[in-house]
Ligand binder design. Structure first.
Ligand SMILES: Cc1cc2nc3c(=O)[nH]c(=O)nc-3n(C[C@H](O)[C@H](O)[C@H](O)COP(=O)(O)O)c2cc1C
Length: 285
């Protein structure tokens, strides 16, 4: 019995990544790269339209994209491991998620492994995060988003944040994907969080204290919170043992070669994961 428990603990955490045919395949690509940096085992399934957007939007060949995942499942293989709730995963991310795929998930009438795996995540009460991308939206799209939300899924459209002062598309993509990985309890070290900004950024807390007439404890500090008795952001954890890994990057996430300075910047990035986030909860078995 003990042996069985130990075997289970040795397994790497797994996430299913679906890529459907909405524009923005870069979100799925970056998610696969970041999950690899976090030592998460990825199971990839791509719709036919997803393969089309890869061709339109990137310089990556089919094999290049597949090489970013640990396991690639054929779209039609509804007998694959990820089609069963007994196969343990942290859940599923669909990035990007088309409104067609959203509609299948909302209806529960799943025709491919991609949507079957999403249905499994919902029925097993695991995380299902959909980076739905369409605009404008009609009432049917919005109703489908509500249905998936009511079933426990998270609708997480790739909407950029500008308080991070992104220097380009890659910063915007990185931030959106990092926020999505947050939904799985994964800690991406490079994620800039509001209220945990870097030294030298404007101190808005001084201008507008949290409670009128009081001084915000964060105001006038080095913004790391050290003077307020808070740990440094880079050391904040959601539990025990964190692992750090460097992120080697020679090509842009779109598959294009990067100038040296860009790739150096990527190589310096650090990721941090809370290993305790991965637990095989009894009720999920
Ligand atoms: C270049 C391109 C961009 C597209 N962008 C979107 C989009 O942003 N959102 C969307 O819902 N569908 C978009 N589509 C349409 C979907 O690919 C299409 O509805 C397809 O049937 C979705 O199938 P899937 O959900 O199985 O991937 C796009 C198609 C192409 C070729």
């Amino acid at each position: 019995m003990n042996k069985l428990v130990n075997e289970a603990r040795r397994q790497r955490p797994r996430i299913v990544v679906g890529i459907s045919g909405a524009t923005g395949i870069i979100y799925g690509i970056r998610a696969l790269q970041m999950l690899r940096e976090l030592d998460i085992e990825t199971h990839l399934v791509i719709s036919r339209a997803g393969e089309m957007t890869r061709e339109y939007e990137t310089a990556l060949g089919r094999a290049d994209l597949h090489a970013l995942a640990d396991v690639v499942h054929p779209l039609a293989d509804v007998g694959a491991s990820i089609a069963s709730g007994s196969y343990r995963t942290l859940g599923m991310l669909i990035a990007p998620c088309s409104v067609r795929t959203l509609a299948e998930i909302a209806s529960g009438v799943t025709t491919t492994l991609l949507t079957r795996a999403a249905d499994v995540a919902l029925k097993e009460r695991r995380r299902l995060v959909l980076m739905v991308r369409e605009a404008p939206l009609h009432a049917g799209h919005i109703r489908n988003m509500l249905t998936v939300t009511e079933c426990g899924g998270i609708i997480h459209p790739p909407v950029p944040a500008f308080y991070t002062k992104p220097q380009g598309i890659e910063d915007i993509v990185e931030h959106s994907v990092a926020r999505v990985l947050d939904c799985f309890g994964l800690e991406v070290h490079s994620l800039q969080r509001w209220g945990e900004s870097s030294p030298g950024s404007p101190d808005n807390d001084e201008a507008e204290p949290a409670i009128a007439g009081t001084r915000n404890p964060m105001a006038g500090t080095d913004r790391s919170g050290a003077e307020a008795g808070l740990p440094k952001p880079s050391l904040r954890r959601r539990g025990g043992g964190c692992a750090k890994a460097s992120v080697p990057q020679r090509r842009s996430h779109f598959g294009h070669d990067l100038p040296a300075a860009e790739s150096d910047r990527g190589a310096r990035a650090l990721v941090e994961i809370d290993r305790d986030a991965w637990t095989f909860k009894k009720e999920n078995r």
